[in-house]
Design a protein around this ligand. Structure first.
Ligand SMILES: [Zn+2]
Length: 210
């Protein structure tokens, strides 16, 4: 994809996520990798009203190159891209069910969402919780970087998910799958639930290698 196609894609996916309630107000940010940096949604921008010409361009060192000032959370995207060379797009949302999940006490913070469906396993597989840091704290990027070595999706405590994909579209679908699975998790809470067992997960991993 050319840079101008990626700009149009960011606008299209931003609007789609906003219209369907995955993002509210000026929350959430999207990015796409370029050969020499990344495109990221501007600070305080509403995902439903992005302008392709004003999307921020940032170097791989985090320096602002052009467009409006980048999201204050752009450093989360940079840390994920730096650790995951195959990541071409990243989505960060404050979507309701994932945020609710991020506020629970978890006995196994290394994996906070159970294998409810095959599609969740195929798209996300495992979801570690990153400890809470205040917005803008650079220590949060370092905590994401640590988890990103092994995971393309992480959940920031009392905050929301950061999800990478092989393309921007793939990252959007991964984020949507995570939010819908978190919703199912709460719908099923307190009920006897049949999760996918280790054999079923191994079968998926064999037939759908990531
Ligand atoms: Zn955020």
């Amino acid at each position: 994809m050319t840079e101008s196609q990626l700009r149009e894609s960011l606008v299209m996916f931003g609007l789609s996520l906003y219209q369907r309630g995955y993002a509210h107000g000026s929350s959430g940010n999207l990015s796409a990798r370029l050969a020499d940096g990344l495109l990221v949604t501007p600070t305080n921008s509403c995902l439903g009203r992005l302008d392709p010409a004003r999307i921020s361009k940032v170097g791989l060192d985090g320096k602002h190159v052009s467009g409006e000032a980048p999201s204050k959370e752009a450093f989360l995207h940079l840390a994920m891209y730096q650790e995951r060379p195959t990541a071409q797009g990243i989505v960060h949302l404050h979507c309701t069910h994932c945020v609710a999940l991020s506020c629970l006490e978890h006995g196994r913070p290394e994996d906070v969402l159970p294998p409810i469906t095959a599609y969740y396993v195929m798209r996300i597989r495992s979801l570690p919780l990153v400890p809470y840091y205040r917005p803008g704290d650079r220590a949060l990027a370092e905590a994401v970087r640590e988890k990103a070595k092994k995971h393309h999706a992480v959940l920031l405590a009392n905050h929301g998910p950061v999800v990478a994909g092989k393309t921007l579209e793939d990252a959007v679908y991964n984020a949507e799958e995570m939010e819908e699975t978190a919703k199912l998790f709460f719908l099923l809470e307190g009920r006897r639930t049949r999760l996918l067992d280790a054999a079923k997960i191994a079968d998926l991993e064999k037939n759908f290698p990531s």
